[in-house]
Structure formats: structure tokens, C-alpha cells
Design a protein around this ligand. Sequence first.
Ligand SMILES: Nc1ncnc2c1ncn2[C@@H]1O[C@H](COP(=O)(O)OP(=O)(O)OP(=O)(O)O)[C@@H](O)[C@H]1O
Ligand SMILES: [Mg+2]
Length: 177
Amino acid sequence: MSTSSKAIVRIQNVYKFFGTLKALDNVSLDIYDGEKVVIIGPSGSGKSTLLRSINRLEKIDAGQIIVDGYSVHDEKTDINKVREEVGMVFQSFNVFPHKTVFDNLNLAQTVVRKRSKGDATKISMELLKKVGITDKVDQYPGKLSGGQQQRVAIARALAMKPKSCCSTSPHRRLIPK
Ligand SMILES: Nc1ncnc2c1ncn2[C@@H]1O[C@H](COP(=O)(O)OP(=O)(O)OP(=O)(O)O)[C@@H](O)[C@H]1O
Ligand SMILES: [Mg+2]
């Protein structure tokens, strides 16, 4: 790999809280000009928050981030200048942003599948448990991580019990019992 010695992105002791949730916990990282870096971690561990902080799409609570010499979170920095040089592909899913996770799952079940609210809720809660986000049931998608939103979208799709998703034939079964 051909890299020069200049750190193009410097992330120093960065903390970020969403209320009481600590999304970034003393993160430090130098990325050098020409280097390719992959950030890997469990869903909800703060990967997108860190990336969004690099061009101040998220404010940080402590620490600093320097991109090509600009201190990104310094109020005096012209952030548009930084953003001109920082490319970003967003992680997004077509969940309804104005509806809670619960409503995202229940809506089409009651309107399209004509299930009772009780039946729909039971299915929604089972699926949210399967995808591991029951604690987010009353949240709006904007407050979820990308992977969590992705799982809402998956659970919502499965809640409709589309053809072939739930057949008893083992090789077609997508929801293991
Ligand atoms: N705007 C927000 N308000 C409240 N909590 C948030 C907000 N954005 C993210 N979070 C929470 O912060 C944590 C980190 O989220 P982040 O999006 O950085 O995760 P991630 O590592 O990118 O996850 P994934 O792999 O699922 O995309 C998660 O627990 C998430 O629920
Ligand atoms: Mg993410």
C-alpha cells in the first residue's frame, strides 16, 4: 500500500452521547493519506455515528476531529469547506420516518392484511424479538442505527407473511422456529 505519512483524518478522544446512551466512548484513530480503513463492529456500536461526526453531521460531546488540518467541530471552521472534500454514502431504509417502529410494523398488517390490532401486535412483537430490537419498539426510525432500521424493514416485510417466506418446506423457511 502506498501511503504518505500525513494523517488526513485525526480522531482524538471522541465521546458522543444520545441522552444517556454512550455511542462513542473515547475513540481515537489516525487515518493516513491514501490509506483504506474498514470499520467493523456489531450493529449499534457507533460506526455510523463516528463517520457522521467526521463532517459534523453529528455533534460530538468531547474530543476533536481534524480533517486535512481543519478542526471539524470548531465553530469557527467553515464546515462547508470540509464537506466539499468528505464524500459519504448514507445508510438508509424506506421505513416510515414519522411512525414509530411499532406503527411501522402494524400499519400494513391492519390495513392491508386486515388483522386485528391484537393479532398484528403479537406478530410484530415476535418479529422484533427475532431481530433483536424489542427495546426500540416505541422509537422513531431517525433515532435508530442503520442496521436497526434495516431490521425494522425486515421485520415489517416478514410481518406481512409474503408468499414463500413462511412455508413449512425446510429449504424455503426463512424464519426458523
Ligand atoms: N439520533 C439518535 N438518537 C438516539 N440514539 C441514536 C441516534 N442515532 C443513533 N443512536 C443510537 O446510537 C447507537 C449507535 O448508532 P450507530 O448508528 O452509530 O450504530 P452503527 O454501528 O452504525 O450500527 P449499524 O451497524 O446497525 O448501522 C445505537 O444504539 C443507536 O440506537
Ligand atoms: Mg450504521
